[in-house]
Design a protein around this ligand. Structure first.
Ligand SMILES: [Zn+2]
Length: 477
């Protein structure tokens, strides 16, 4: 059972829901079957899941304004779409989805990078919602995978910005420092930390009411809790901006007075879509394309966040690892189909193994250690990598194989899922997962319109849906 902590009084709860929900939207795989009407993909293509259903994939008419502009995450019909629904998620061995929900990746990107393309796009979108200017002071709250990816993106796009990051655990601080954070804020003396790093002036009123004059020009809150939003509004300097990247599924009572008294801009960000890109132009580009370009050109390194891998059958251990960050030192936990036992889906496993990427030097779960350790350690010494504590013995669990519906397109992936999502479960409410190369089956029950030559182009020109949620990092208490 997956537990999601939320409140039925929040706005999405008023909307019609989807009939089924499949866990896992951070996923990379290979197309193993296509339908007759599929135009932009073929068997053997490597793809990642870009979106959920939307006007384009459902052939809704007229296409809503968001989808028409490429911002599929903001589809105004997402909860009202009719037609076939996708089947399977990142945690299944195969998925069946519309081709327009997929983003084809090049051979330049390995599976570990590709499985984290989606959260990378989340970070790119968050940063482009309010791009720091050169030499500005920036704060990132939360040093989970979205926080660290945001750090990498800012470092790549605005290298002269001074970036502080608020982290809870020593291993997060270590990672953040290696990835270019200039200052670390500690939860226990955060207000003093803001004063120290920005030159702001701290005042304390009655009831321990603290406020700063001065502070950061931009704050990316990747946690999104009542506490972090409260603090963000007070840590931004007058005229500054708070970008809400972390998502809370709760109503909350907050002091919003800094928004008036300091003219703070509070900006929301959801997943990804379409951006004005390159910076300084009026051209448009999909967030996924930008993130892919940044990965391929080695401007960002999402694969460095992967600390643990598990076979899908070991999902209990994966969850335990992801939720006990302080012991496991987990940042991103992934499922990898290459780790599945021989009795499970042989064709998929073989394909995943062939493609098994150069990896970071994670400590493998004991059971798999012998399989991968050599390759990993020999091929990629990873300066960013920290050795997680392998306190979690894999516990083989039998799970039923998914039933695969007759479909038009199948994708096969070597899956990994990321568990920062669990951490979110722990404190907040989010469940996001990534899957790396796992076999997935993509459905195209709907024929794709759009006569674009290339799926990436078409994916840009079109919208997909808001199925993917931005992963929110969580500071564990
Ligand atoms: Zn739409």
């Amino acid at each position: 059972m997956i537990y999601v902590d939320g409140d039925f009084r929040i706005s999405p709860a008023a909307l019609p829901g989807h009939r089924y929900s499949y866990p896992g939207h951070e996923v990379v795989g290979e197309v193993i079957e296509v339908g007759d009407e599929v135009q932009h993909l073929q068997v053997g293509d490597r793809v990642t899941l870009q979106s959920g259903p939307n006007c384009i994939t459902s052939e809704a008419q007229p296409i809503c304004r968001s989808c028409a502009s490429g911002n599929y995450s903001l589809c105004e019909r997402a909860n009202l779409l009719s037609g076939p629904e996708p089947i399977g998620g990142g945690w299944s061995e195969e998925l069946l989805v519309h081709e327009q929900q997929l983003f084809r990746i090049s051979s330049e990107m390995n599976d570990e990078q590709a499985v984290l393309l989606e959260p990378s796009a989340v970070a790119v979108h968050a940063v482009l919602r309010r791009l720091p200017q050169p030499d500005e002071h920036v704060l990132i709250i939360g040093a989970g995978s979205i926080g660290l990816l945001t750090l990498q993106v800012i470092h790549a796009l605005v290298p002269s910005a001074t970036v502080s990051i608020m982290a809870r655990y020593p291993f997060q601080i270590e990672q953040a420092t290696r990835m270019g954070a200039a200052h670390i804020l500690y939860p226990q003396d955060s207000y003093q930390g803001v004063e120290r790093t920005t030159g702001a002036k701290l005042f304390t009123g009655t009831f321990k009411n603290k406020m700063l004059l001065g502070g950061y020009e931009v704050i990316y809150d990747t946690i999104g809790s009542k506490e972090t939003i409260h603090d963000s509004l007070r840590w931004a300097r007058a005229g500054g901006t708070v970008v809400l990247a972390g998502l809370s599924l709760h109503t909350m009572q907050l002091d919003l007075t800094p928004i008036w008294y300091q003219e703070i801009d509070l900006i929301g960000t959801l997943a990804h879509g379409r951006e004005t890109w390159p910076i300084g132009t009026h051209e448009q580009c999909s967030t996924f394309s930008i993130a892919a370009e940044m990965i391929e050109s080695e401007q960002i390194h999402p694969e460095k966040l992967i600390t643990h891998r598990f076979a899908l059958t070991n999902y209990r251990s994966a969850f335990a690892t992801a939720t006990a960050k302080s012991r496991s030192r987990a940042i991103k936990v992934v499922f990898d189909f290459a780790l599945l036992p021989a009795s499970v889906v042989p064709n998929v496993r073989a394909s995943a193994r062939q493609r098994h990427p150069v990896t970071t030097a994670a400590v493998w779960p004991q059971e798999q250690q012998s399989t991968h350790e050599e390759t990993n350690l020999a091929t990629s010494p990873d300066e960013y990598f920290i050795q997680p504590v392998s306190a979690f013995a894999p516990e083989p669990v039998e799970i039923p194989l998914p039933t695969t519906p007759g479909s038009i397109v199948e994708i096969e992936q070597a899956p990994q899922f990321s568990t920062e999502e669990q951490s979110a479960l722990e404190d907040q409410n989010q469940t996001n997962t990534s899957v790396i190369s796992k076999p997935k089956r993509s459905r195209q029950s709907t024929q794709s319109h759009k006569n674009t030559e290339d799926i990436q182009a078409s994916a840009e020109a079109i919208g997909n849906t808001t199925g993917t949620n931005p992963a929110s990092d969580t500071l564990e208490k």
